[in-house]
Design a protein around this ligand. Sequence first.
Ligand code: MRU
Length: 334
Amino acid sequence: MKVKTEEGIRDLRAIWFDNGKVMMIDQRKLPHKVETVGFDDYQDVAEAIRNMTIRGAPSIGAAAAYAMCLAVLSGADLQKASKLIKAARPTANDLFFATDHMYSLMREECDPIEAADGYADMIIGKCKKIGEFGSGLIKDGMKIMTHCNAGALATVDVGTALAPMRAARDEGKKFFVYVSETRPRLQGMQLTAWELGQEGIDHAIIPDSASAYYMGKGIGLVITGADRIASNGDFANKIGTFDKAIAAKYFGIPFYVAAPMSTFDFGTETGKDIEIEQRSEGEITEMAGVKIAPEGSPAVNPAFDVTPSDLVTGFITEKGILNPKNIRKVTADE
Ligand code: MRU
């Protein structure tokens, strides 16, 4: 992605390997500062996944791949390393997929840096395909809604939900994107809106609670990403996604989910079996370190929700746009 910095425009990925270090954009500093951090210990990369320095399902998959690479380079016990990396966050399938992928490549004694770079390149290739398949859904003059961040930051580069938008923009289409702020960590406002701004794509940030209001005013398409897709097509994504899918159904608006096949978990039958990460109360009761809730009122903070497959119009993947009812068949036909 092209990023405007004080030194000029830089072409950056969300994560890469350079000179013995895993480098990443510190997403906790955006949108105010584009700051990069580097780690040479796999445990520090696992911690960066846990503390959300890097976030978004495919990007944390790539971070897991690079963490496994560092574990190999330092001669660490790979079984122990993969256990620690997988424990960083529970919901996104890509974290588990990438760790297992690297584990089996390392057993074949592949070069660890080439393998991790290859994983990151593969994700970008899938995102480009998602862009090609999804751009046809975007019509000139359309109003689109998205939630959370499923852009380049969340996917190493290009994006999943944002890939069709980037492609449609490159095709010369004009459209407008409503970005819901995504309480409590504000990935929509601080990451997606920032990315769209860098790309010059017209957009506005809306409160999460204004989604139905704007859907009633001519939204033509909703696209989100996903963190884990069960084999019946139920999927977990950032909290608030389910509300949007219900509202989209009410208004008859197509609701698409963009994700690479690494996000599909065929070992999980339905959405009920997906583990939902519960995060700290403080993310809800405090804002910028200042307590905003009454003393003594507790808060609960699920990071994701599960949207049932019958609210999904289609999954935009690198294999094409899949019918939510036929996912198993599509992969079985490979
Ligand atoms: O908690 P986060 O910031 O890692 O959650 C990110 C999301 O839920 C995204 O919507 C998701 O990963 C979509 S895939 C790019």
